[in-house]
Design a protein around this ligand. Structure first.
Ligand code: UD1
Length: 426
């Protein structure tokens, strides 16, 4: 277990470049299996989830190396279709490998995926989609076995615009015979990024970013060099950092339009928001104001991955805010942790009623999941005293060197590999 100590009372100021996108990188890494040549990726974030994905690719026989800033993945040597249980269990996105391994080897064997504890995360839409593409799927003893002859293009109607299912079906369809049309596809920017990567490799994909994605199957792709898009959730997290600490932060190298729903909320809270072509500056003015109602929705709605960070901010606001989580059924575990810091909130099913307070105090809290953990860091920076965050390694699943980023903005996070309580007792 890794613990972080967050020093309260910070005012975040300065400019930070944003990391590469976690949610774009993971399916793109899975997609490298579709190409039996070398792939050069730039801006791949140095985060635990990406490292886990790379280890899984190595287990399947791929070669992974770094050349300066670039990550080189070569799947020519890949020769295994069984995903390793322990590594895949830790990484929900290992599910993307089902589509690409199946496409590459006409066979795949995977454990049920792991990931954040944010509620029941079924994979029925992934499996239904693959079945539509002619895959035979058996679920047995905690594993998913996909078999069958070659994949065939089909029309896949998603009953919900699942990000992961859209991406998995895109991957499986690239080398399938014929055309695949995904209807009610998710429209997240990371899906567009996956399409751009696939097209750079010679696959024929169009429509990403709209609810209809079409893939014309081709026999093979080819090697490519590709720059992964900036991470809109990390960018949004640091911008909330400006708002919650009364600071002034510019996030550079980002795509401002991808965080519009958050920027609108920050403006509503009373922050000054300045958008440039590839950067955003957020300057907090007086005390943050409460916002009437916010609900998470698939893109272009307010992202569920920024809900915990907004939750922390609203915990410091003047007045009462209402926040509804529509995407995941159980994504409010940060609420009870924030209460330990003096926040006032009530959860009614999927809705949080948050009554802001002008001071939070440091406490001993637990990061139950990646974004909930980031929300605790933000709250800790704005609190009085020190906050200990347990299981902070969960934050490292998606944030590249968050402690260094916060340090460059004049905040302090110290790492402790051991539990403080354990040390004191020893
Ligand atoms: C992706 C993102 C995650 C983000 C989420 C929603 C990655 C690596 N992760 O996760 O950060 O929070 O999108 O923007 O890109 N569902 C089903 N059946 C399925 C699949 C999903 O019922 O087969 C449900 C889920 O339980 C959830 C909802 O659909 O309630 C959204 O899930 P989905 O869009 O698939 O999210 P992920 O791809 O898991």
């Amino acid at each position: 277990m890794s613990n972080w100590l967050v020093r309260g009372g910070a005012v975040l100021r300065g400019t930070v470049p944003v990391q590469g996108s976690k949610n774009a990188a993971l399916p793109i890494l899975a997609a490298t299996l579709l190409v039996e040549e070398s792939i050069r990726l730039l801006n791949c974030p140095a985060i635990r989830d990406a490292e886990n994905m790379l280890r899984i690719l190595e287990t399947l026989g791929c070669t992974v190396k770094r050349e300066g800033d670039a990550l080189i993945v070569d799947s020519r040597t890949a020769d295994r279709f069984v995903l390793p249980t322990a590594l895949s269990g830790e990484l929900r996105s290992s599910i993307f490998l089902l589509g690409s391994v199946l496409s590459r080897f006409s066979e795949a064997d995977a454990p049920y995926p792991g990931g954040c504890v944010i509620g029941n995360r079924p994979i029925d839409l992934h499996l239904e989609g693959l079945r539509r593409l002619n895959a035979g799927i058996e679920e047995q003893g905690g594993r998913i076995r996909c078999t069958g002859g070659s994949l065939k293009g089909a029309v896949v109607d998603l009953s919900y615009p699942s990000v992961g299912a859209t991406e998995n079906i895109m991957l499986a369809a690239c080398r399938a015979k014929g055309t695949t049309t995904i209807r009610n596809a998710a429209c997240e920017p990371e899906i567009f990024d996956l399409q751009q990567f696939l097209c750079a490799c010679g696959f024929l994909v169009r429509g990403a970013g709209t609810p209809t994605v079409t893939i014309d199957g081709v026999k093979k792709g080819h090697g490519a060099s590709y720059r992964i898009m900036p991470d809109r959730i990390a960018a949004g997290t640091y911008l909330v950092g400006a708002a919650i600490t009364g600071g002034d932060v510019t996030v550079a190298g980002m795509q401002p339009e991808t965080v519009d729903p958050l920027l609108n909320k920050l403006a509503e809270c009373g922050c000054e928001v300045t958008k440039n072509s590839d950067s955003v500056r957020v300057r907090a003015k007086d005390r943050i104001r409460a916002v009437g109602f916010t609900e998470t929705r698939p893109y272009p709605g307010f992202p569920t991955d920024l809900q915990p960070q907004l939750f922390s901010l609203l915990s410091r606001a003047d007045g009462t805010s209402v926040l509804t989580e529509n995407v995941f059924e159980s994504r409010f575990r940060h609420a009870q942790e924030l209460k330990k810091m003096g926040a006032k909130n009530r959860i009614l099913d999927r809705t949080a009623i948050i009554t802001g307070t002008d001071r939070l105090h440091g406490a001993d809290v637990t990061a139950h999941d990646l974004r909930g953990g980031a929300a605790l860091v933000l709250a800790g920076l704005s609190a009085e005293g020190e906050t200990q965050i347990r299981f902070a390694e969960r934050i490292e699943r998606g944030y590249e060197r968050m402690d260094s980023v916060i340090a460059s903005l004049c905040g302090t996070i110290a790492r402790k590999e051991k539990d403080i309580g354990e040390e004191e007792q020893a």
